[in-house]
Design a protein around this ligand. Structure first.
Ligand SMILES: [Zn+2]
Length: 458
């Protein structure tokens, strides 16, 4: 978007570091990095200002809400006699992504050539993490004395970094590092005044969570016609938290609507699908294959695949189907188009977020038939297959992610069953009982204390 020529920051001469490359805060961070504490401690010190919102919610037997405020950096953390500027020559250079900033801008600012950026993007083909940089994400450039990039680190979100490490003159490999996380549940309640959307917003739910709720129960009720003023809703939302703070991932654990005398509810089972209180599936089954006709698998899903050139492990996060250019590509489940991109190695691609914790990706397309934000139904044509990006022939690369991790789409447990399997029913019922108890508790708490749920802290 920004086409204005950006004056490249000159590499400072050894004698006179001209314009300061870093502000004071960044230099402090660099010093911390240099003292070997590493990127994980960096996250503790410098949390992006766009930390995920922590919605106001009733703590129904839940640990205290963590606030998303950035910790202040105090002078106690300053290694007092550390020669801070010594690191300025070769890095690590830390950069927090500003709105509109692109990867190529940052590479040219560090006088890194196009071939280097291409090599890093090649390593990112299976992740596509660098393809859409978001403000607040951080990049660390490790550049040696010869001005050669040795390692690039992307901090995607608290608890999740990706390292792109140089392995030889032309290649980088990635390492996807995630901190252990846990899910904390929050209960949101409210009554319908106006639309469900506005009512849920008043209760503190995010737009994305409301949209998800509507998709989860979309087959059961009509959110525009079936709701009356005074109907109540409860929602249990899980927030993923790491040692470094909330990751920004949330999931709807339970949703209950009390429409007059009728109650409609959805509960997330550990197969990442939603079921009603009796264990009957609310979502439609997934398709196993993203196309109508049979096509040969030319390359299977393989986390231990060896790179043909470097001989090192280069995971294959999808399954490749050999097919002629122009073959219709179908979404394997209902969902929303979350990304449409064009990558030098992945080619034209589409990403779809499905209800539950499912995501699919379709790469090397010749034509994309959907737009970002569009809702799609299972089996809909979303693209035509192609041969774009780096390929050895026309094929479709298809990925399935469950809970933000790629899995083998040919063998993964996807919602194909119509109800919770009998063997898991007891466990499912126990879980429903706990979620119902949380929601009931929240309602009782409200009734007893007349808590203001208009968005103010209780
Ligand atoms: Zn592939």
């Amino acid at each position: 978007m920004s086409t204005a020529p950006r004056r490249p920051t000159p590499r400072p001469a050894a004698t006179a570091p001209a314009a300061p490359l870093f502000n004071r805060r960044q230099r402090l961070i660099l010093a911390v990095l240099a003292t070997g504490l590493g990127i994980s401690s960096l996250a503790l010190l410098l949390r992006p200002d766009s930390a995920p919102d922590t919605a106001t919610a009733l703590p129904a037997g839940v640990t205290a809400t963590e606030t998303g405020t950035a910790p202040t950096l105090t002078d106690e953390l300053l290694p007092l006699d550390e020669p801070l500027l010594d690191v300025a020559e070769t890095g690590p250079f830390l950069h927090t992504i500003a709105p509109g900033e692109t990867l190529s801008e940052l590479f040219s600012r560090h006088e890194l050539d196009r071939a280097t950026m291409q090599a890093v993007l090649a390593a990112d083909e299976e992740l596509l993490a660098l393809d859409i940089l978001r403000p607040g994400q951080m990049l660390v450039f490790d550049i040696d004395e010869q001005g050669s990039l040795q390692r690039l680190t992307l901090r995607l979100r608290p608890g999740h970094v990706v390292h792109y490490q140089r392995v030889d003159g032309d290649h980088f490999e990635f390492e996807d590092v995630r901190s252990p996380s846990e899910w904390r549940d929050y209960v949101f309640t409210g009554d319908i005044q106006g639309s469900f959307f506005l009512s849920a917003r008043r209760a503190g739910l995010s737009d994305a969570e409301i949209a998800r709720a509507q998709r989860i129960l979309g087959e059961k009720i009509d959110f525009r016609r079936d709701l009356r003023a005074g109907d109540r809703f409860e929602m249990v939302v899980g927030q993923e938290v790491t040692d470094e703070g909330p990751t920004g991932h949330t999931r709807v654990e339970a949703l209950r609507l009390q429409l007059g005398r009728r109650t409609v509810a959805a509960y997330l089972h550990d197969d990442s699908n939603y079921y009603d209180e009796d264990g009957d599936s609310l979502g439609r089954a997934f398709l196993r294959h993203p196309m109508q006709s049979q096509h040969r698998i030319s390359s299977p899903f393989n986390l231990g695949r060896l790179h043909p050139v470097t001989g090192r492990v280069a995971p294959h996060h999808g399954v490749d189907f050999a097919m002629p250019v122009g073959t219709p590509v179908l979404t394997t489940g209902d969902g929303v188009v979350t990304r449409v991109g064009n990558h030098p190695f992945a080619g034209r691609y589409v990403e779809i977020q499905h209800p539950g914790q499912f995501k699919t990706r379709y790469l090397h397309l010749s034509r994309v038939l959907v737009r970002q934000g569009e809702s799609v139904s299972r089996g809909a044509r979303i693209a035509l297959s192609g041969n774009t990006g780096r390929t050895t022939g026309p094929h479709l690369h298809f990925e399935l992610h469950i809970n933000q991790r790629p899995v083998n789409p040919m063998t993964a447990h996807i919602p194909t069953a119509h109800s919770v399997p009998a063997a898991q029913l007891a466990e499912f019922r126990q879980r429903v009982e706990n979620l119902v108890a949380s929601m009931d508790y929240a309602e009782q708490f409200l009734a007893l204390h007349e808590v203001d749920t208009s968005g103010n802290d209780s």
